[in-house]
Design a protein around this ligand. Structure first.
Ligand code: 3HC
Length: 387
């Protein structure tokens, strides 16, 4: 089994610099690569801030940890002595395939390429690189040092050794908020487990947001409907935090790969076109110029039906079981809790599935969103045997 010591992190943005930080905290030698000096400098500034904050708390020696990282603008030379590349570049298939090939063309014959894509097919990313058996997925959650979950994804050509090494490396990355949870994703399907589970809720969110916009209802009143869930972030704040462009591109990808029902709604499309991308541009659903917004949730819109959301997530969870992407509904619930700090659908809803199936059938009849039609494993309750 290859011994991983040197890791190249490709992309110094929000996810890339978080991955580089936990890698140097774990003891790996890291080269962080991006295309512009300003990008690697901004990424290093974020890592310096995080590591120095941990030194203040007496949790590590900053000079020792920061001594393990270098920066570069040249992927081909950076991978020369690398054992693994973890790629966190923009969600574009053409770019991911190109950097995967550059890695295999310039790296040692044992190098492993792991993509942090949020949704894209691992098999397709590696298909032209010449060594698809050494390509896997390693999907982190934002912010990487605090979110426990890492999904490790197996492409159709990924070897057992590559999959096991990717699981082991993921397990070795520290987390500041509890034990790392490594979710094995047994087949590469759009969105893997956690994002896939929540993606169809986007169909409902687009429907509700467009409705609220037509009625002139302020975003904080719509978010107030969700306050009862006590999630760490309200939906409008979380969309801004993750980035409106990430949701927009994700919606387009699912619309291409799964169903046109995923096409981004009027509101999200308008914001994308107006570059209101959330935290990264300072304005999204909310203004971020004063830091993380705290919406007033005293007045509700009264539009949201949580049973429809619960039914959509359970139905999609059942699809993941049907397709063999996840081996049990416990893995699905645990991955969601570790990736989003919110409960998965099964723990909450499995005893009410018949009622939820009926609710979902009514919503499909009302809206024509046929992608949400309950699947056989959900309708029959067969998922109960897959704990
Ligand atoms: N290094 C070291 N310390 C860090 C750090 C870093 N890089 N980043 C944050 N911290 C520390 C901060 O310094 C602070 O500690 P301090 O108060 O002692 O200084 C602490 O961590 C965080 O404090 P916050 O007040 O910011 O923390 P919260 O209690 O509000 O929790 C949160 C923050 C965990 C982000 C919480 O708001 C949350 O769970 N939000 C939801 C996030 C989520 O859902 N993420 C998943 C998005 S989906 C995704 O990523 C998938 C992708 O494919 C799109």
């Amino acid at each position: 089994m290859v011994d991983i010591k040197n890791i190249v992190v490709l992309g110094a943005g929000l996810m890339g610099n978080g991955i580089a930080q936990v890698a140097i905290m774990a003891g790996y030698n890291v080269i962080m690569v991006d295309v512009k000096q300003e990008f690697v400098d901004k990424g290093m500034a974020s890592i310096n801030k995080g590591v120095n904050r941990l030194e203040e708390k007496g949790l590590l020696t900053a000079a020792e940890v920061l001594g393990r990282i270098k920066i570069s603008l040249d992927l081909a030379s950076a991978v020369k002595d690398a054992d693994m590349v973890i790629e966190a570049v923009v969600e574009r298939m053409d770019i991911k395939k190109q950097v995967c090939k550059t890695t295999m063309d310039n790296g040692p014959s044992h190098i492993i390429y792991a993509s942090n894509t949020s949704t894209m097919d691992i098999t397709e990313i590696g298909e032209d690189c010449g060594a698809p058996e050494r390509v896997s997925g390693m999907h982190f959650f934002n912010p990487v040092p605090l979110m426990r979950c890492i999904e490790v994804i197996r492409g159709d050509k990924t070897s057992d050794e590559t999959f096991q090494i990717s699981m082991d490396v993921a397990k070795s990355f520290p987390c500041l908020r509890g034990e790392r949870y490594i979710a094995p994703v047994l087949k590469s399907r759009p969105g893997f487990i956690v994002n896939r589970l929540n993606a169809p809720v986007g169909i409902y969110s687009h429907y509700i947001r467009d409705l609220a916009y037509e009625k002139g209802i302020p975003w904080e009143q719509l978010d107030a409907d969700y306050a009862v869930l006590k999630s760490p972030m309200l939906p409008g704040v979380l969309s801004d935090y993750v980035g409106i462009d990430t949701s927009y591109y994700g919606g387009l990808y699912y619309a291409e790969k799964l169903s046109p029902d995923f096409k981004p709604g009027k509101v999200i499309t308008m914001m994308f076109n107006e570059k209101k991308l959330g935290r990264k541009t300072g304005q999204g659903f909310y203004d971020w110029s004063e830091g993380r917004p705290t919406p007033d949730t005293s007045k509700k819109a009264g539009l949201v039906d949580f049973d429809i959301i619960a039914a959509i997530r359970m139905n999609e969870g059942c699809r993941l079981l049907e397709q063999g992407v996840a081996k049990s509904y416990t893995v699905i619930d645990d991955a969601n809790m570790a990736g989003m700090n919110t409960p998965g659908p099964f723990a909450r809803g499995k005893d009410r599935y018949k009622e939820l199936v009926k609710k979902l059938e009514e919503f499909v009849a009302l809206t024509g969103k046929t992608y949400l039609t309950p699947c056989e494993t959900f309708k029959s309750g067969k998922f109960l045997e897959m704990a």
